[in-house]
Design a protein around this ligand. Structure first.
Ligand SMILES: NC(=O)c1ccc[n+]([C@@H]2O[C@H](COP(=O)([O-])OP(=O)(O)OC[C@H]3O[C@@H](n4cnc5c(N)ncnc54)[C@H](OP(=O)(O)O)[C@@H]3O)[C@@H](O)[C@H]2O)c1
Length: 518
């Protein structure tokens, strides 16, 4: 009998690299997580709370441990104390107990190392082997590079040199934080280094927007409802607006933001992901490749940004001082670690056309900015008016039908349509069907990093960016950077607390449209 069981156990392990079936569903893989940049901001605000939440909800593999790597000199005890503080501070509401926190941080380890020095990797290798034995993680390893992008190549090369990337004994996966390059050339260079060590299916390029509940819901809304899909094309849709606005400025991240700006921080990745999910064709299956194939086709269908288009259809902005929620806030150029002459854009808007059968003639307007009057990420689909007869004789006075997919902070779907105002007069008013999935008290969706970390451990890369998505998105952005590099912008050109520069309004007014700011 025991013999029989152990045979099954071996077979199961072989198939799933040491996994077991989670009582909550799905295959949970035993593994060791190695966080480069383990003393940094991202690790504390996102990664450790995500591990904790996975643990509390029963999704973390039983056999799991985490090693953080940083340069700071600290004891394991001090590191665990800081990780526990970060968990308490950043975790979702009402999650777990102090005992749970103690239990999870007891599986956290800290190694001091400079990842530009090779010797540290040899030591790390030995240490990981010890942890593998202790926690029975079967040689499965996830290397999470929560470090500045210039270090990605060095770490990956050193891991390979040290033999830490061999898949002979357990899987080896690498998670790369954004931004993936700063233009097409640097992204290709970086990709060449990484793919010389890891196969594409071992590489998990994070765009944490993809881990958000409502992003995953876009495909469900579109492809699991007879209601929407038949209308989802240029016969019925007038235009689409995608907005991601923040009320905050750059806070403590001025140094990073100066090298990124709204284009590299938001547009090239998060905003184009929203566009792809909104515009893609139905995949032949829910298989990772099938979904990614359809997403990338959207980018391929966007005509390149030639200088005329880039000048006419793209707007950049930078905030000056202004008022947010009744409080005066400084101009971008006065923020900490920002040059007083900075030409970095904190706002970007653009009009794109997806030139395929479904979308020809339907403009997509995308905008993202900091220090806006509201924090919101949403997709607004505006439908065409009906023929100008009956009530539509006066269609100018009727509000167009709109479908609004709210991504964050409110997660939901709103349908705006026209109805008769109750009463004896024949008066038409706009009304709403409003579904909110996180409005009820206690309804807090899992953080994107929880879902993404679990997916990496499970070997599911659907919600990560494939190389060709990165490639095509940079091609599009490079056309814009090229034009921007030749013209000095007249910054600042919008006051903090407003909806961006006047040119962004003109971009739509020209087409007889306006941004939806409500
Ligand atoms: N923070 C966010 O909200 C956020 C959001 C999205 C993406 N990201 C991306 O995530 C990555 C990390 O960002 P972050 O904000 O966490 O940066 P950070 O706070 O500056 O942390 C950088 C980390 O790298 C470590 N490090 C730097 N040089 C090192 C070296 N030579 N050897 C060993 N360790 C070294 C630092 O360790 P020591 O301090 O101990 O030296 C620290 O742990 C970046 O690619 C960023 O673009 C961050």
């Amino acid at each position: 009998m025991f013999h029989h069981l152990s045979w099954w156990y071996k077979l199961f392990n072989k198939n799933f690299n040491g996994g077991h079936e989670s009582i909550l569903g799905g295959i949970v893989i035993h593994c060791l997580l190695i966080v480069f940049g383990g003393t940094g901001d991202l690790a504390h605000r996102k990664i450790y709370p995500a591990i904790y939440n996975l643990y509390v909800s029963g999704h973390l593999p039983e056999r799991f441990a985490m090693v953080a790597i940083g340069r700071r000199d600290k004891t394991e005890e001090a590191f665990r104390g800081e990780a526990a503080d970060a968990i308490r501070r950043y975790t979702r509401e009402n999650r777990g107990t102090q005992e749970d926190i103690n239990k999870i941080v007891s599986r956290f380890f800290y190694r001091r190392a400079d990842f530009t020095e090779y010797d540290g990797y040899e030591e790390l290798k030995e240490y990981m082997n010890i942890l593998d034995d202790k926690f029975q993680t079967g040689g499965n390893r996830v290397f999470y590079l929560a470090v500045a992008p210039e270090h990605f190549g060095t770490i990956v090369s050193n891991l390979a040199r040290c033999g830490l990337t061999s898949q002979e004994n357990g899987f080896k996966r690498v998670v790369i934080e954004k931004p993936f390059g700063k233009d097409l050339r640097s992204a290709v260079e970086l990709n060449n280094i990484i793919t010389s060590v890891f196969r594409e299916d071992q590489i998990y390029r994070i765009d944490h927007f993809l881990g958000k509940e409502m992003l995953q819901n876009i495909m469900v809304i579109r492809f699991a409802n007879a209601l929407f899909e038949p209308l989802w094309n240029n016969k019925y849709i007038d235009h689409i607006q995608i907005t991601s606005s923040e009320t905050v400025g750059v806070e403590s991240r001025g140094g990073y933001y100066e090298t990124a700006g709204a284009m590299r921080d938001m547009m090239q990745n998060h905003m184009l992901q929203l566009l792809m999910l909104t515009a893609m064709e139905a995949p032949v299956s829910l298989d990772t490749h099938a979904i990614r194939d359809e997403k990338v086709k959207v980018l391929k269908a966007i005509a390149p940004m030639d200088p005329v288009k880039a000048s006419r259809n793209v707007v950049r902005g930078q905030y000056g001082e202004g008022i947010i929620y009744g409080r005066r806030v400084p101009a971008y150029r006065s923020e900490h670690r920002v040059s007083p002459e900075s030409d970095t854009e904190t706002y970007m808007a653009m009009k794109l056309e997806v030139e395929n059968f479904r979308w020809a003639g339907v403009p997509f307007y995308l905008r993202t900015g900091k220090r806006m009057p509201a924090k919101t990420t949403k997709i607004v689909i505006q439908f065409l008016p009906l023929p100008g007869i009956l009530y539509y004789k006066e269609f100018n006075k009727l509000e167009p039908n709109r479908l609004i997919i709210e991504i964050q902070p409110r997660e939901g779907v709103i349908i705006r349509f026209n109805g008769k105002k109750p009463g004896t007069k024949s008066q038409i008013i706009p009304v709403e069907l409003d579904f909110c999935q996180n409005c009820a008290v206690g309804e807090v969706s899992p953080d994107a990093y929880e879902k993404l970390l679990l997916d990496v451990m499970n070997g599911d890369s659907t919600l990560f960016t494939r190389w060709d998505e990165v490639e095509y998105s940079w091609k599009l952005m490079d056309g814009i950077s090229e034009v921007w590099s030749r013209q000095k912008p007249a910054f600042p050109n919008y006051a903090a607390g407003t909806w961006g520069p006047a040119e962004a309004d003109e971009l739509l007014q020209r087409d007889g449209r306006r941004w939806f700011n409500d």
